[in-house]
Design a protein around this ligand. Structure first.
Ligand code: 3EB
Length: 330
């Protein structure tokens, strides 16, 4: 829940939230534009570049050709590298990413531990102290049974590597399985010189209170994060979890309806206008390619005109077939 209602009021003097758009453009064009903090390509067909602002996300988009995602801030952007961390900063905002190969770290738990430890160490050198939003993409997320399922090992390693990183509160987050040929863990984040306001969902148990059955280490994330200026809500990966239970096992369309009900409740709790619009870029992660067309059709009916990237990705509980994350700009 938001702590106090004054947290929801617009704060125009605070850093203006980056604009997030999906665009049919090229990497050089996106990076040449003023104020580009980050640009993302999706899947094996995306180009590669050493520019720290560029990130190739190892998820395929069901719609070809995939657009680029571009984050733009007011002001000049500088960028660099520190160990495995690539970063860019401008306008009070920081983008940082890390990609580790599990064949070098010795598995997903160690990769998560190292990724979060490196990001935490790097962030200590920065003025943008508030991590507001974070994304995690990993291979074979549902491989293994019980406590050794790889997502649960990831949660263990994330908690150890984070140490005191999120002592003041968890960021909004996404954790999704990719199908890339190499076992890479990719983590990227958005941070700011000012803090946001965490928003929980009244229909969902807070993830850090999940009961033991979901793993030794509860996942550390908040359902949504209002940006410092209170103009934009960053929406965590949202699936058909009601309370702490997965709903509608085996039924992707019913799961999608439940997910949309969860999103409506989150927007209401954050005091954002109901529904999504053309300035609300979302991603829908679909586990089975055979469900993609039905998910696309339903989204076009339920969210007409909303930019939704349809991605091939695995949700962190194997019974969950679809998940949505993204942004709601006021
Ligand atoms: C859920 O509601 C779905 O481990 O960072 C969503 C968003 C999920 C973030 C994470 C996991 C994470 O529990 C899973």
């Amino acid at each position: 829940m938001v702590q106090a209602s004054e947290n929801l009021q617009a704060k125009p003097t605070l850093p203006r939230t980056p604009r997030v758009t999906y665009r049919m453009t090229t990497l050089p064009v996106a990076l040449a534009e003023g104020g580009t903090l980050a640009a993302f390509g999706f899947g094996a067909g995306a180009p590669d570049s050493d520019d720290p602002r560029w990130l190739r996300v190892p998820l395929e988009c069901f719609d070809a050709p995939a657009p680029l995602e571009v984050w733009q801030v007011d002001g000049d952007v500088v960028c660099g590298r520190q160990h495995n961390v690539r970063w860019s900063a401008g306008g009070g905002w920081l983008f940082a990413s890390i990609e580790l190969d599990e064949r070098a770290t010795g598995g997903i738990e160690a990769a998560a531990r190292q990724a979060y430890a490196e990001l935490r160490q790097f962030m200590r050198t920065r003025h943008e102290r508030y991590v507001l939003r974070i994304w995690n993409y990993m291979a074979d997320i549902n491989l293994g049974e019980g406590d050794v399922e790889r997502y649960k090992q990831f949660c263990d390693g994330r908690a150890v590597g984070s140490n005191d990183f999120f002592a003041e509160g968890f960021p909004a987050a996404t954790a999704i399985g990719h199908h890339y040929r190499a076992p890479v863990l990719q983590v990227y984040l958005l941070a700011c010189i000012d803090g946001g306001a965490a928003v929980e969902n009244p229909r969902q148990t807070s993830a850090w209170h999940y009961p033991r059955q979901y793993g030794r280490t509860s996942p550390g994330f908040t359902r949504g994060m209002l940006m410092p200026a209170r103009d934009v809500l960053a929406i965590s990966g949202t699936a058909a979890v009601v309370g702490h239970t997965s709903a509608h096992e085996g039924d992707p369309e019913a799961q999608l309806d439940e997910t949309l009900a969860n999103l409506d409740a989150l927007l209401a709790t954050a005091d954002m206008p109901a529904g999504f619009d053309t300035h609300s870029p979302l991603k829908a992660y679909v586990r089975h390619a055979t469900d993609a067309a039905r998910v696309r059709d339903k989204l076009q009916r339920r969210l007409p005109g909303v930019p939704v990237l349809l991605m091939h990705g695995d949700v962190c509980r194997r019974e969950l077939l679809v998940e949505i994350d993204g942004w709601r700009f006021r």
